[in-house]
Design a protein around this ligand. Structure first.
Ligand SMILES: [Zn+2]
Length: 629
């Protein structure tokens, strides 16, 4: 007896599998009413044997593979579950591996089946996700995924007899390396021996060292679905979900409503049915619709937040499995969305600078503004773009050391740094620190935001003939104006809400031929003779500005339309990429204007999101990713 085997016995762990007709030998007691399977290394697991096909399904007849026809017969799925969630690098940690397995005496149908497996795997995940959502929680399957975030479907050919029993299948797969302890194997077997079957470990202990959790030496369990029972999720009868749940350790026979054969009596439920256990009596305690989901009363095998001292709080709960994720995938894993964020607004401004100018000494200049004064920063966006540098935000009385470090990284010694605002915005101590670091300093500052905007336009931008007016009393319109002005070679000037400011009037008086655009409602009222670009709300205005000033952009910036700090640095970041700035709500649903813009602009290949999860939730990132795919 190997040391491994001893440790398994000591832990009172047994993997259960039901081999039809196989004699139940020495380990029958350890598997309870289940049947033992010996792995090639001597480990013992248990199975209840083949699950029967759902009513109306003949397991001996392969399912048709005409997936694109939504007949309601073969499974179809909503767009929301068309792909599996993608976590991290796709391979690290505990994972569920999808497999297309073919006995050698069967034709290779992988070309047809593998695309369907991707759909069926997503539908399997959907069962877990919706079961968790029923108690307000999040669970997704941690599948093995490829570098581009698609489901990784391995293909294996086994001998013509290796599909005869689950035990033979497990050995055949182990011989090809598919027995890793940190994997569970979801196998689509191109055969019609049975409907579905799985093995698992009888281990009711609550801790994460449960044998079903993949931390020990025990080989990864196998969920096998044969071709007559593939893809029945649309009927609410996903056999894939049933068998995979088994491999995660459910239903333990000690659960309140468990049968001795690994199922339960609480109908309707994905794991509960009359499995032939002696004295089986079903209790119809849940609606029929719960047939599609796990653990309808949340008390037997799957509850992400079981009540204290309940059975699932004190025994193994598959919702605790490390093979499941407790959060939506990180948006940064998307191929189309990049999030630019730091721990505070100054860290975000540094992150935005490093993102736009990743190489040292690669910026032509830099613009520095006060982190709490949005007006200076937003009118400075076209300046930063024209000078080919970042816009960095700092505290006003003394420069933040992180900003000074970033200036030293991104600029060559002796380069000019532009400070925005008067002494009240950025003190002489800030200017002295920049000078002391070896840079030249030019200050564009007036007595107020309106004057600073005019001075930036006149002195910093050379008095351009295109002017974008926006209110200086709130930030959303000016935020979208910054990137647009950069694209148009224009300046941003500020109105005093619905009233024109004297500083802007002064600029317009000395540039009478300037093309004037009034962005948003307040500016268009302040200058009714300008060309108005104003939507029904800030999101709509942002969309119209993007449409007016950008043709077929490949990049867009997106910021929270209700908070300005993160968006401040984002303006210069997206301007450096020649893209527009769009606005969103902090959580889904996304504003209709944003959705419409992204749906129309098929040229967009990447979206930059400015701010952390609190400013822009993962739902926003996910939604934007879908719209830009
Ligand atoms: Zn079962």
């Amino acid at each position: 007896m190997s040391a491994r085997r001893i440790s398994i016995v000591a832990a009172a762990v047994v993997l259960a599998t039901a081999l039809v007709g196989a004699p139940a030998r020495a380990r029958l007691d350890a598997c309870g009413a289940l049947q033992p399977i010996a792995a090639s290394d001597g480990s013992i697991s248990c199975t209840h044997g083949p699950d029967p096909a759902p009513p109306g399904i003949d397991a001996s007849v392969p399912r048709p593979l005409a997936s694109s026809t939504p007949t309601g017969d073969l499974s179809t799925t909503s767009a929301s579950s068309a792909a599996v969630p993608c976590y991290g690098d796709g391979t690290s940690g505990k994972r569920v591996q999808a497999l297309y397995v073919r006995p050698s005496d069967r034709p290779d149908r992988s070309a047809q089946v593998v695309p369907l497996i991707r759909q069926w795997a997503a539908e399997t995940d959907d069962v877990f996700a919706r079961s968790a959502a029923a108690v307000g929680a999040v669970r997704h399957i941690r599948f093995v995924t490829t570098a581009d975030c698609a489901l990784d479907v391995q293909q294996a050919t086994i001998s013509s007899s290796s599909d005869d029993t689950l035990g033979a299948t497990i050995i055949a797969l182990a011989n090809q390396g598919y027995d890793r302890p940190d994997r569970r194997y979801l196998v689509w077997m191109d055969s019609t021996v049975l409907c579905g079957i799985a093995n698992y470990y009888l281990d009711e202990r609550a801790g994460l060292d449960n044998a079903n959790n993949g931390n020990g030496p025990q080989p990864g369990a196998v969920a096998r679905i044969d071709a007559g029972c593939w893809g029945l999720a649309a009927r609410g009868e996903s056999v894939e979900a049933h068998e995979l749940l088994h491999t995660l350790g459910g239903v333990e026979p000690t659960a309140p409503h468990a049968t001795p054969l690994g199922h339960c009596t609480d109908e309707s439920d994905r794991m509960c049915y009359d499995d032939g256990s002696p004295g089986f009596v079903a209790h119809q305690t849940c609606p029929l619709a719960d047939e599609a989901l796990f653990d309808c009363n949340h008390d037997d095998y799957f509850n992400p937040s079981p009540p204290p001292s309940s059975y699932l709080a004190t025994h193994w709960d598959t919702a605790r499995s490390d093979f499941l994720a407790g959060a939506a995938p990180a948006p940064t894993s998307s191929t189309t969305v990049t999030r630019v964020a730091g721990t505070d607004r100054i860290a975000t401004t540094v992150a935005a600078s490093r993102d736009a100018f990743p190489s040292s000494q690669s910026a032509g200049s830099a613009v520095v503004a006060n982190a709490t004064s949005f007006a200076d920063a937003l009118t400075g966006v076209p300046l930063a773009a024209k000078k080919g540098g970042p816009l960095l935000l700092t505290t006003g009385d003394s420069i933040d050391p992180r900003v000074l470090d970033e200036l030293s990284r991104v600029l060559r010694p002796g380069t000019t740094v532009f400070l925005l605002g008067g002494q009240a915005a950025l003190s002489d101590a800030v200017a002295d620190a920049v000078t002391g670091a070896g840079f030249g300093v030019v200050r564009y500052g007036g007595g107020d935001r309106f004057a600073t905007a005019r001075i930036i336009a006149e002195d910093g931008l050379g008095g351009p003939g295109t002017v974008l007016e926006a209110t200086g009393q709130s930030f959303p319109d000016a935020l979208t104006a910054g990137a647009a002005a950069a694209a148009a070679g224009g300046a941003v000037l500020l109105t005093n809400g619905d009233t024109q400011s004297t500083e802007t009037l002064t600029y317009l008086a000395s540039h009478p031929a300037a093309r004037r655009f009034a962005l948003g409602g307040p500016a268009s009222r302040a200058d009714p003779t300008a060309q108005a670009v104003a939507g029904d709300d800030r999101y709509g205005t942002a969309r119209l500005v993007a449409e007016a000033f950008f043709t077929a952009p490949t990049v867009v910036g997106i910021a929270n339309g209700l908070l300005f700090p993160d968006a401040l640095s984002g303006g210069a970041n997206v301007a450096a990429r020649s893209g527009p700035m769009l606005l969103t709500t902090p959580d889904s649903p996304l504003p209709n204007s944003l959705v419409a813009y992204l749906e129309e602009q098929r040229s967009v290949q990447r979206a930059y999101l400015y701010g952390g999860d609190a400013a822009l939730s993962p739902n926003v990132a996910t939604g934007v990713a879908r719209l830009t795919e």
